[in-house]
Design a protein around this ligand. Structure first.
Ligand code: CA
Length: 222
């Protein structure tokens, strides 16, 4: 999941970005409303964590502009404690959810997962492809009932593929999901992680389509 953090407080922004990256999200961070506008107009995110009190343009202006472009990227508004009016205004302006500062990382992670599910239109939290099972909430993966241990990147890659079984995702699409700006990225990173995943999970459900990308599911007939 690719998340944009819009936050002018350096300490909060930096720690959120590092925490989310540590949990396998591709997280990027901008510090003011104008930068948020510019980035949201040109790049796609799976969720935006939007502080309301921002320099240049307020979070509310950013949100209104976003929805004004019919951009339905999920937005979690971050408000100060007791700012009930802000919360209501944020939801009215098209926010999907809100968090009250200070919040626990666990709560943020749970809300991001919920957004991801809603976005994908899934009722169940667990992703399944044949006997391969991935639970985004507990971060457990199993194959045929046997637990398999994955790194954060391997998990993120597998999740991206399992969210849309059979759909071919390009290397660039997968890189977007796994990496934020400025993160060190080897050109063959995705194929290396695919190799690791096949080694751990078997090679019958994870496929490479030469020149196009990768998919999870039963093999398509060539
Ligand atoms: Ca602020």
């Amino acid at each position: 999941m690719r998340v944009l953090i819009v936050e002018d407080d350096t300490m909060i922004g930096e720690s959120l970005r590092e925490a989310l990256r540590g949990h396998g999200f591709a997280a990027d961070w901008v510090r003011d409303g104008r930068a948020a506008d510019a980035v949201l107009a040109t790049e796609r995110f799976d969720a935006v964590l939007l502080d309301l009190g921002l320099p240049q343009r307020s979070g509310m202006q950013v949100l209104t502009a976003l929805r004004g472009r019919s951009d339905m990227t999920p937005v979690i508004v971050v408000t100060a404690r007791d700012a009930l009016a802000d919360k209501v205004a944020g939801l009215d302006a098209g926010a999907d959810d809100y968090l009250v500062k200070p919040f626990e990382l666990d709560e943020l992670l749970a809300r991001l997962r919920a957004l991801g599910r809603r976005q994908a239109g899934r009722a169940s939290t667990v992703l399944e492809v044949a006997d391969l099972r991935l639970d985004p909430a507990t971060r457990e993966v199993s194959r045929g009932g046997r637990p398999v241990l994955l790194s954060a990147r391997e998990f993120a890659l597998l999740q991206a593929l399992m969210e849309r079984p059979g759909a071919i995702l390009s290397r660039a699409q997968l890189e977007d999901r796994l990496y934020g700006w400025g993160e060190e990225l080897e050109s063959n990173a995705i194929s290396v992680y695919m190799h690791q995943l096949r080694r751990k999970l078997g090679d019958d459900l994870l496929h490479t389509v030469r020149g196009l990308g990768y998919y999870a599911g039963p093999p398509k007939d060539a």
